[in-house]
Design a protein around this ligand. Structure first.
Ligand SMILES: Nc1nc2c(c(=O)[nH]1)N[C@H]1C(S)=C(S)[C@@H](COP(=O)(O)OP(=O)(O)OC[C@H]3O[C@@H](n4cnc5c(=O)[nH]c(N)nc54)[C@H](O)[C@@H]3O)O[C@H]1N2
Ligand SMILES: Nc1nc2c(c(=O)[nH]1)N[C@H]1C(S)=C(S)[C@@H](COP(=O)(O)OP(=O)(O)OC[C@H]3O[C@@H](n4cnc5c(=O)[nH]c(N)nc54)[C@H](O)[C@@H]3O)O[C@H]1N2
Ligand SMILES: [Mo]
Length: 765
């Protein structure tokens, strides 16, 4: 549209041909299957497509790089467990298209930066190492050895190992993650920020301190034996489509589903299971029984209100609602918490939540005689200032009901990236546990650094301040995924060297340090052959199952290296070929890495044997068994006042969410099919009532701006979309709106960017 002013190159506009229709009232079904087949075949061709799809999520096949939702333990459909968006993730990686030196000699980084993310992503796979010299406009090819020598010499020239930052995204396998953290710690730093810092860090913090383990407690089987499932701040129809099958089956078994979300997401309303022929032919499973359309960030108030009602009902009718045996035997802090709840003004809490008190009362009565409850949540809870305390309030509910540590009940933080949980288990953590460092010290005979490293937000600030000078990323798209795009771009540009180990081109290859390197790696769909032997890797899903993943396709280029080999070659360049750690031997045979993991990380006994069993093995999980590894050996109730982010008059609270056509910063297409928004991503979802009070028209173009700690941020040219969303709340897509997330607007304790509660004003442009 000619009236658009182009935003900064870090954040360009999309072609605007907005096409709006009514939001859908159900998810998946045959249309999703057709959608996915179209995507994969267009990118890969029939032969590659068929090869990869028949192996997807099969035992001994490829772990889907889409999300971390588990595969069923016991059964598989003949077509495999796949979903529309998993297939899109596969198509993105298994594409036939590739980028070579000619592409980079033809297109300058300035030119590529002027394209939108969709266009950049569609250019294909990276195929050879590339170098961007200081002041240069074009990447040029360079041999692998020179790339490693360059990184090694820069690393060695730093005054302090803590001047280097080593980021990880969540697709990295257990084997690569273990070797990577070993390399980084042997180099001398714990600067291992990862995507978790922006994702489920708040869940990890809340769960570790209350139930003694930073992961969820349920297995998939628990879904089939539960009475009530809460789905809070999560959009599974788009982001974890295979979860819908589990919800539908739970429902068939009698479970009640309660959704808590400011938006009526299609996938939570109803579902046509593409794995079931009966639903393809007709008929769909309705899912949610009670939809609580909470205001953005109202969840802490909602759950506090619900919990006070439960205590009130139990006081009037003792023993009807609370599990007193569980509370007295297994928990701490109930007295203080129940006293706090009795002092709460429930009407005020309901108002803060934006839900009628009567509706919350209905839920409380429904829970009265139920004892098996599962609480699922994702980014709608984790990316707020009060995220950790909100999740603790959800845990309080489970503790009041004795709903943890038994079948059909427990915590279910639904993870994002397919191996983000495994990467943490392997030690990708800026605050490593002492146990891990001691194990590394004795197994590999060196002194790992003990002081904590930078998380994502701290790393950006350190680069901005010139305290960190070298940035290396194992996957991901740091520039676009992180908050405050302009500030982060300045931070990256302030480094001497930035290195991206990647499969696909993205904006982090264009906004770089003074010098930059692209190191292209194998993806999960590709065969990984080392020393003439085919290797497999392993991953951990959202429910703590560790299993193998083996690629099937020939690599898109002979020049690609596996992530494991890249780390071992880099380690050799830094530490020399006679280093005490046998880097190359480990890369020659991944069994040796798994042996080392077994020696250093609890729960991996007989790793090589058990990972070869079909379906893999479960890691130990105390909370699952009702054993709480907290200092008191009890589960802890948390008593915290409500602290809800609120916008003052003239302002809105904004959440940045995913559309149906993206995987994080990878844009598969410009449509958000279930929400009825097509061909444009720079949109603002806003209620008709708020539009009327601001005098805004449908499809009017506006700017969004805010001011935080004296700094003004602006994101231009967003189109108004009337939507069913609570008053005072608006929604935009991630990553387009990340320019508006202030670097110091973070969750307490977890330091996660508060990218779901951004205060903004809407300015007609
Ligand atoms: N296809 C696809 N799959 C993915 C991803 C992807 O981008 N595409 N990303 C992966 C990753 S890394 C992750 S972390 C997950 C993300 O999975 P989700 O957490 O489902 O992703 P978001 O789009 O961020 O959605 C957040 C949901 O929370 C709601 N919400 C926002 N604010 C609030 C709030 O204050 N309270 C409540 N109750 N709800 C709120 C939004 O309306 C939305 O429905 O998905 C993973 N899977
Ligand atoms: N405003 C806002 N910001 C957010 C969020 C939000 O909801 N709102 N969500 C946050 C969340 S939950 C997350 S997890 C982060 C995601 O942050 P990241 O994980 O950093 O981002 P991705 O977009 O998943 O990274 C995509 C890139 O990874 C590379 N890649 C893909 N597969 C592989 C592989 O197998 N190996 C290697 N080495 N590289 C590979 C490709 O080059 C691709 O371009 O973003 C966060 N940022
Ligand atoms: Mo995530």
């Amino acid at each position: 549209m000619s009236s658009f002013t182009p935003p900064a190159s870090e954040n360009p506009i999309q072609a605007s041909k907005l096409d709006l229709s009514e939001p859908k009232k159900k998810a998946a079904g045959i249309s999703a299957v057709i959608e996915s087949a179209k995507h994969v075949m267009a990118e890969t061709g029939w032969l590659r497509g068929a090869k990869v799809l028949t192996k997807l999520n099969q035992k001994g096949g490829i772990d889907c790089p889409g999300c971390a939702w588990p595969d069923p333990d016991d059964e598989r459909s003949r077509l495999g467990e796949y979903c529309e968006n998993g297939v899109k993730a596969i198509a993105e990686e298994a594409t036939k298209k590739s980028l070579d030196a000619h592409f980079f000699s033809t297109h300058s980084i300035q030119e590529i930066a002027s394209w939108d993310d969709y266009t950049i992503g569609k250019k294909g796979r990276l195929t050879q190492p590339m170098y961007l010299a200081e002041g240069a406009n074009h990447y040029t090819p360079l041999p692998w050895e020179e790339a490693f020598a360059m990184i090694a010499s820069k690393l060695k020239s730093l005054d302090d190992p803590n001047e280097a930052v080593f980021y990880t995204s969540g697709r990295t396998s257990n084997e690569a993650a273990f070797l990577y953290q070993l390399f980084v710690r042997k180099f001398g730093t714990n600067n291992l920020p990862d995507c978790s810092n922006m994702c489920h860090e708040s869940s990890g913090r809340a769960l570790s301190s209350t139930v003694g383990i930073g992961k969820g407690s349920v297995t998939l089987d628990d879904f089939y034996h539960t009475e009530v499932i809460f789905v809070i701040g999560q959009n599974p129809g788009t982001n974890h489509p295979r979860m819908l099958s589990a919800l539908a089956r739970a429902k068939e078994n009698g479970a009640i589903i309660i959704s808590v979300n400011p938006l009526k997401e299609a996938g939570l309303l109803a579902f046509d299971d593409p794995q079931k022929l009966s639903t393809i032919v007709g008929g769909s499973a309705s899912l949610t029984d009670h939809y609580l359309q909470v205001r953005i960030n109202g969840d802490q108030a909602l759950f506090k209100c619900l919990n006070s009602l439960l205590v009130e009902i139990d006081t009037n009718e003792p023993g009807s609602t609370l599990d007193h045996k569980f509370i007295s035997e297994k928990t701490n802090g109930f007295e203080t918490y129940s006293k706090h709840l009795q002092e709460q003004d429930k009407i005020a809490l309901a108002e803060l939540a934006g839900i009628e008190l009567d509706q919350i009362k209905k839920i409380a009565h429904l829970l009265t005689h139920k004892s098996k409850i599962i609480c699922c949540w994702a980014m709608g809870l984790t990316q707020h200032k009060n995220a950790v305390n909100t999740i603790k309030e959800v845990v309080n509910l489970l503790l009041l009901k004795g709903s943890i540590g038994k079948k059909g009940a427990g915590t279910c933080p639904v993870r994002g990236h397919s191996n983000v949980q495994g990467d943490r288990t392997m030690g990708i953590h800026e605050r490593p546990p002492k146990r891990l460092l001691d194990a590394l010290a004795s197994r590999f005979d060196f002194s790992p650094p003990r002081e904590h490293g930078y998380d994502v937000v701290e790393a950006i600030k350190a680069m901005h301040d010139g305290k960190a000078k070298l940035f290396l990323a194992m996957g991901g798209n740091f520039l676009s995924a992180t908050p405050d795009t302009k500030y982060t771009a300045e931070a990256l540009r302030n480094t001497a060297l930035s290195v991206q180990i990647s499969t696909k081109l993205n904006r982090s290859h264009l906004v770089t340090g003074r010098e930059a390197l692209i190191l292209p790696c194998l993806g999960r769909t590709e065969k990984d052959i080392q020393s003439k032997q085919e290797q497999f890797v392993s991953v951990e899903n959202s429910m703590g199952v560790v299993h193998s993943s083996s690629g099937v396709l020939p690599p898109v280029s002979a020049l690609l290296k596996s992530e494991v080999r890249i780390i071992s070659d880099l380690a050799e360049a830094v530490f020399g070929s006679d280093d005490a750690v046998e880097w190359q031997k480990m890369a020659d045979d991944y069994d040796r890495i798994r042996d080392a993991i077994e020696d250093c990380i609890p729960g991996f006994e007989q790793y090589n044997q058990r990972v070869r069993e079909p379906g893999g093995f479960y890691l130990p999980n105390g909370a699952r068994k009702g054993v709480f590894m907290t200092p008191s050996s009890k589960a802890e109730f948390t008593t915290e006042e409500c602290a809800i982010t609120q916008a003052s008059s003239g302002q809105f609270i904004m959440m940045t969410i995913r559309s149906h056509d993206q995987f994080n910063t990878t844009i598969y297409g410009l449509d958000d099919r279930y929400r009825g928004i097509k061909k444009e991503r720079r949109v603002v979802l806003i209620s008709k009532a708020d539009m009327a009070s601001l005098g805004l028209k449908k499809e009017q173009v506006v700017d969004l701006e805010n001011e935080h700690n004296g700094i003004k941020r602006i994101a231009r040219t967003f189109t108004i979309v009337p939507y069913d969303i609570p008053h005072g709340c608006i929604a935009t897509y991630f990553p387009e709106a990340n320019v508006l997330v202030p670097i110091d607007s973070v969750a307490d304790e977890s330091n996660t960017p508060a990218s779901k509660s951004i205060i903004v004003r809407i300015i007609p442009s």
